[in-house]
Design a protein around this ligand. Structure first.
Ligand SMILES: Cc1cc2nc3c(=O)[nH]c(=O)nc-3n(C[C@H](O)[C@H](O)[C@H](O)COP(=O)(O)O)c2cc1C
Length: 306
């Protein structure tokens, strides 16, 4: 009997969709598997490329996972999927709003209850805190996370603070001023078919039933330890600022623009000062507390690991 996979995802520029297409290719070709694609459609218009204000105005609600419901969808036998793949991107160190809307919906609670889940993240490079939130959301749906795949942008950590916002705000991805092109490289995207192959053989040997990861040893997740503390500090400050900004009005309202403007200045200062300083400090701390940090890395990389 063939196994049913549901792939729930949202992609603005099409990058995450390309990742999923490459990854799922071996599964789509297999006659022992039936793949159902479920692209989420938000009810609000997230226009790409973003305007400056709309981009930053999305931050308080992203951090608090406070999203408007998506366009309703219908699924045949929504409770009978053998495996669910959730493809998402972090927005401001949190799952993007359309994904949060899905995870908090009543439908998600039905679809995900007691089901094995593989999360697939395609992002700039800061996903650790978003996955922490995703784990909590999965838990609230009584789902079982069995694997995680993370693909990050090809630009270096500091480079991507320029290339990714440029891509998001202008739609321009190509390299400029000697910096790498924004986004994940085509080569990395194409090579993600290895995850689909491993999922296929995992399904054949019923690994999803046994709660066993299928993607170990394939380089599914690789934590850059320099981001662990930066993300923690960033998320904490996002929560404080997000709460404050939300006191000034709803998303899209003019009343929150002045405080949002102050926040953007604060964020830029944070990026050019604290982030590089913290990254340098991290390499010293890593040398001093190698054993402890390795354990933290392993727990973040679980269940799939490197
Ligand atoms: C509003 C917004 C916030 C973002 N915040 C993050 C982030 O915190 N960490 C990160 O690695 N990437 C971040 N990104 C980049 C996305 O994760 C993703 O790489 C990009 O949006 C392309 O995904 P797509 O498939 O939806 O087009 C952000 C993008 C947007 C639009």
């Amino acid at each position: 009997m063939s196994k049913r996979i549901l792939v729930v995802y949202y992609s603005q520029s099409g990058q995450l969709e390309n990742v999923l297409t490459a990854m799922l290719h071996p599964l789509i070709l297999a006659d022992t598997v039936e793949v159902t694609m479920l692209p989420l459609r938000p009810t609000e218009d997230f226009v790409f490329p973003w305007s400056f204000w709309k981009f930053f105005d999305a931050f308080p609600e992203s951090v608090y996972c406070d999203a408007l419901p998506n366009v309703p969808f219908e699924l045949i036998d929504s409770e009978s999927f053998d495996l669910i793949i959730i493809g998402y991107q972090p927005w401001f160190l949190s799952p993007s709003l359309p994904i949060s809307a899905f995870m908090k919906s009543d439908q998600a609670k039905v679809i995900l209850k007691n089901k094995p889940v593989v999360t697939v993240i395609a992002c700039r490079n800061m996903w650790i805190e978003a996955q922490k939130t995703m784990k909590e959301l999965l838990l609230s749906c009584e789902a079982r996370l069995i694997d995680n795949v993370v693909l990050s942008d090809q630009s270096g950590p500091l480079e991507s603070f320029i290339t990714t916002p440029r891509w998001m705000l202008t739609g321009k991805r190509e390299s400029f001023w000697g910096l790498s092109a924004a986004g994940i490289s085509d080569d990395v995207i194409q090579k993600s078919s290895r995850f689909g192959e491993a999922i296929l053989s995992g399904l054949i040997s019923n690994k999803e039933v046994e709660n066993t990861p299928m993607l170990t040893g394939l380089g599914a997740v690789c934590v850059d330890p320099r981001f662990i503390a930066s993300e923690k500090i960033g998320k904490r400050s996002f929560r404080i600022w997000g709460k404050l900004i939300r006191l000034f009005g709803k998303r899209g309202s003019w009343s929150r623009r002045p405080v949002l403007g102050i926040y953007v200045l604060f964020l830029i200062t944070l990026i050019v000062s604290v982030v590089p300083l913290n990254m340098a400090l991290q390499s010293i701390i890593r040398r001093l507390f190698k054993g402890k940090i390795d354990k933290i890395i392993q727990s973040i990389e679980a269940p799939s690991g490197k």
